[in-house]
Design a binder for this molecule. Structure first.
Ligand code: APR
Length: 253
């Protein structure tokens, strides 16, 4: 079986009381969702990320930013979870406590059936008021031809995607939940992330400091690699499916 978890780690995983899985853009890649930069093709190629995903960009060019996210939303709507997302659901059924902490905004973990998902960077399928940050319903958005639709709450407010833009702080509740998960887990996976963007990048290190075993899944090395008990150099789908199969095998042995 390719991408095997080492036997000692597999046994540790089976005994783990709390498992945390941190996922990044590489987790969604095999579902056909390009990373932010890779998605900047066609008419979007002329812009820098900060022209499309900052509060300043939205203030100066709300229609441009809204339409960029409309394009991203269409891509997400067409995407389906892959074998790796489903493997995490299988692993949760076996292990009980698996807490997923994701930097992705596409909702694919939930679509696959994962129950305990912490969204660090929001969710592109939700919208909120640019001023009050209160959630805005899809029905309200559908009734408007404006791009972006106005806020139902505040006179000069507009609908904006409920995602964390560059330069914005992460939602405190999600960050607290993620830190708690990292502090309490005894096994941590870091999947498909460059481990460069803080504060998410610090979570596996927090887990490590608290005695957790750490496994990285990424086709290439990252700054986290040197701290991991094992680095599985492969795609998320193959590696996670393989680990779920190994767990099932160990249970049935
Ligand atoms: N399986 C696993 N990992 C993969 C795969 C795959 N099939 N394909 C690519 N990767 C890895 C890449 O090697 C890279 O390390 O996924 C990582 C993707 O890196 P980034 O695109 O930088 O994503 P991420 O680290 O999640 O970025 C964090 O920063 O720019 C923001 O919005 C972005 O929320 C994201 C955050």
């Amino acid at each position: 079986m390719p991408y095997r978890l080492e036997q000692s780690l597999l046994e540790k995983l089976l005994k783990a009381r709390h498992v945390m899985v941190l996922t990044g853009a590489g987790m969604s890649a095999e579902s056909g969702i390009p990373t932010f930069r890779d998605a900047q093709t066609g008419m979007w190629a002329q812009y820098r990320p900060e022209d499309l995903a900052t509060p300043q960009a939205f203030e100066q060019h709300p229609a441009r930013v809204w339409n960029w996210y409309e394009d991203r939303r269409k891509m997400v709507r067409d995407a389906e979870p892959h074998a790796g997302h489903l493997a995490l659901v299988r692993m949760a059924a076996i292990l009980g406590s698996v807490r997923i902490v994701t930097q992705n905004v596409d909702g694919l973990h939930q679509l696959a059936g994962s129950k305990r998902v912490v969204e660090l960077h929001g969710n592109i399928n939700r919208s909120k008021c640019s001023v009050s940050h209160r959630p805005i319903s899809r029905e309200w958005l559908q009734d408007s031809d404006e791009q972006p639709p106005p806020s139902p709450y505040v006179k000069h407010g507009k609908a904006r995607p409920d995602v964390v833009w560059f330069g914005e702080v992460l939602p405190q509740e999600a960050l607290d939940e993620a830190m708690a998960a990292a502090s309490h887990c005894d096994f941590c996976f870091s999947v498909g992330t460059t481990s460069l963007v803080q504060p998410a990048a610090g979570l596996p290190l927090l887990a490590l400091q608290n005695g957790a075993a750490l496994v990285e899944i990424n086709p290439v090395g990252t700054p986290l690699s040197m701290h991991a008990s094992q680095c599985i150099r492969g795609p998320a789908s193959g590696a996670l499916s393989s680990i779920a199969d190994q767990l099932t095998g160990l249970l049935n042995a």
